[in-house]
Design a protein around this ligand. Structure first.
Ligand code: PMP
Length: 279
């Protein structure tokens, strides 16, 4: 039986309910976090928790979680109840339930829902994925992990319908990130390039880990934006996210990358992030 954690209670799917006056439902007024876990071990938990607190603070939503220890206990129990050994944990927090009004009260307690999903089958993507590009129509605070994902889902759907894995967003000629992932190339000098941490991208947990690994492996990494023209001349490309960790990108629009083969640097990073996760 699927179990959801809703505001302090473990509920079966049919009993897990949130009010129609929830501000997340009415205004997308909320944040979320996604953590992956393997054999009941949460991966990069501290980094996800810090980002969640940062997202809440940025939107002045009070935290329904007293501390990270409590959150971990709730998650561990939820994993046991759902009998899903490896998967993903979603933590959804909204500004709570109140009569519909743009203006909010600081007194309204937030709503908290936590649920888990089994690991997605992504083996077919490990050999490389295709990416399309489109104009970045998102708001000016993409660094906040907001539940308001309309431009992201619309562009991801177009990618899916057209046989691509992802859509990379272009802002002022530069690739910012994907709709669900961060974007990287290995430029013609062999340096990894990715959009700098800023309000235009989500500071991905996997992005941080990949940067750490690259530095340790003495691979030069420059947090400097790249263009479609840079992609034409790049040696490799890849994307990162919690759900897939790292995937080689072998084609962007009609540009074939590294003759559509997985590049050497992507291989090194993939090997090392798997080692870090699996121990
Ligand atoms: N950018 C966006 C827009 C995302 O939705 C995600 C996935 N959460 C990422 C980047 C990757 O972040 P992470 O590595 O923390 O999953």
């Amino acid at each position: 039986m699927e179990t959801y954690y809703v505001n302090g209670f473990y509920e079966t799917r049919n009993n897990a309910k949130i009010s129609v006056e929830d501000r997340g439902f009415n205004f997308s007024d909320g944040v979320y976090e996604l953590i992956s876990y393997l054999d009941e071990n949460l991966i990069f938990f501290e980094k996800h928790y810090s980002r969640l607190i940062k997202s809440l603070l940025s939107l002045k939503i009070s935290s329904p979680l007293s501390n990270k220890k409590i959150l971990k206990l709730i998650i561990k129990r939820l994993i046991k109840l759902n009998k899903i050994k490896s998967g993903y944990i979603y933590i959804q927090i909204t500004r709570g339930t109140a009569k519909r009004n743009h203006v909010y009260s600081k007194e309204t307690p937030p709503n908290l829902v936590i649920f888990c999903l089994p690991l997605r089958k992504i083996e077919e993507f490990r050999r490389g994925v295709k990416v399309r590009t489109s104009e970045d129509l998102r708001w000016g605070r993409c660094d906040i992990k907001s539940i308001s994902l309309l431009p992201n889902i619309l562009d991801k759907q177009i990618a899916f319908n057209q046989g691509y894995y992802e859509t990379w967003q272009i802002k002022d000629n530069y690739i910012t990130e994907g709709t669900t992932s961060n974007a990287f190339i290995v430029d013609k000098n062999g340096s990894i390039r990715t959009y700098p941490k800023s309000k235009h991208i989500l500071g991905g947990v996997t992005r941080d880990v990949i940067i750490q690994i690259a530095k340790k492996q003495n691979i030069k990494i420059i947090e400097k934006a790249f263009t479609l023209n840079d992609i034409k001349w790049c040696k490799e490309a890849f994307l990162t996210s919690t759900t897939v960790k790292i995937l080689p990108v072998i084609k962007v629009n009609d540009i074939k990358i590294n003759m559509m083969k997985i590049g050497e640097i992507t291989e090194i990073l993939t090997y090392n992030i798997n080692k870090k996760i699996n121990g």
